[in-house]
Design a binder for this molecule. Structure first.
Ligand code: ZN
Length: 271
């Protein structure tokens, strides 16, 4: 992968990266070294299946500054084999596991029957509550379903609506539930249709705002369409800072404080 020339803007946590994806796993030392040069201090590596969760935990245990989230992503729900959920439950107590997910709902891909997605989502939420861990929520084209399922729990939810793409009203509903909102590269794309998303990033409470790459997906401008990697979280953070009329360093520091608090990260263990 080509060297990037990304200006470091201070400590940053990439709250969502699929480090076990082969596109990054084959050059992880390079990926992490470029992240460090861009100021990234910690990366939350996200599992999507039982096997990927196991790999993600192993990666976290092998690399300083990498922590793990474990779960079965909704689009992988129908591939899950008997025993896979039990593997997730067993991994919950493994060292460096800081969150449950990603879990949630997806009406865009339609790869897993919706009732199975809802069942899995409920199980992940119960597991997160039981272990007092934050939950990482994927929501694609089903904000209303996700809000309804979370509201049925009748209690606040600690965690993240990851790669948020909803509107201002959706944002208010997720924030009222207690969630943080995390923004990926889309906020940097040129499309005017993304102005409402930028408005959320500009106006939402700063103490619930997080940034992520969702690597290897959603690479921010000017790397749109390329394989993404954690270093580029700096570009997303800078763009949001610009939208909020504040310094990029100040926003980096604040989002990092938010992430470290939510995941209870040890700030002395960095990449
Ligand atoms: Zn993801």
């Amino acid at each position: 992968m080509a060297e990037t020339s990304i200006t470091a803007i201070g400590p940053l946590v990439d709250t969502h990266a699929h480090l076990d994806d082969s596109r990054m796993a084959r050059d992880l030392p390079g990926v992490l070294s470029r992240a460090r040069q861009a100021g990234v201090t910690q990366v939350v590596a996200i599992g999507t299946t039982a096997e990927s969760s196991q790999d993600t935990v192993a990666l976290a245990q092998a690399h300083r500054g990498v922590v793990a989230a474990i779960g079965i992503q909704p689009n992988h729900g129908s591939e899950a084999q008997p025993g896979d959920w039990e593997r997730i439950v067993e991994l919950t107590d493994a060292p460096k596991v800081v969150a449950i997910g990603e879990t949630g709902l997806d009406r865009y891909w339609d790869r897993t029957p919706f009732s199975l997605q809802q069942d899995l989502f409920d199980r992940h939420l119960a597991l997160a509550f039981e272990h007092e861990l934050p939950v990482i929520i994927h929501c694609r084209q089903c904000e209303a379903d996700t809000i309804a399922q979370l509201e049925r729990l009748g209690r606040p939810v600690s965690g993240i609506l990851h790669s948020f793409t909803g509107n201002w009203d959706d944002a208010q509903a997720f924030l009222a539930l207690g969630l943080h909102l995390s923004f990926a590269g889309m906020v940097t794309f040129r499309n005017e249709s993304l102005d409402p998303l930028r408005e959320v990033a500009a106006r939402m409470p700063i103490d619930r705002l997080l940034v992520e790459t969702d690597s290897p997906y959603l690479s921010p401008h000017p790397f749109r369409g390329k394989t993404n990697e954690p270093a580029r979280v700096a570009l997303t953070c800078s763009r949001i800072a610009e939208l909020r009329g504040m310094g990029a360093e100040t926003l980096a520091l604040q989002t990092t404080r938010n992430a470290r608090h939510l995941f209870r990260l040890d700030d002395t263990e960095t990449i």
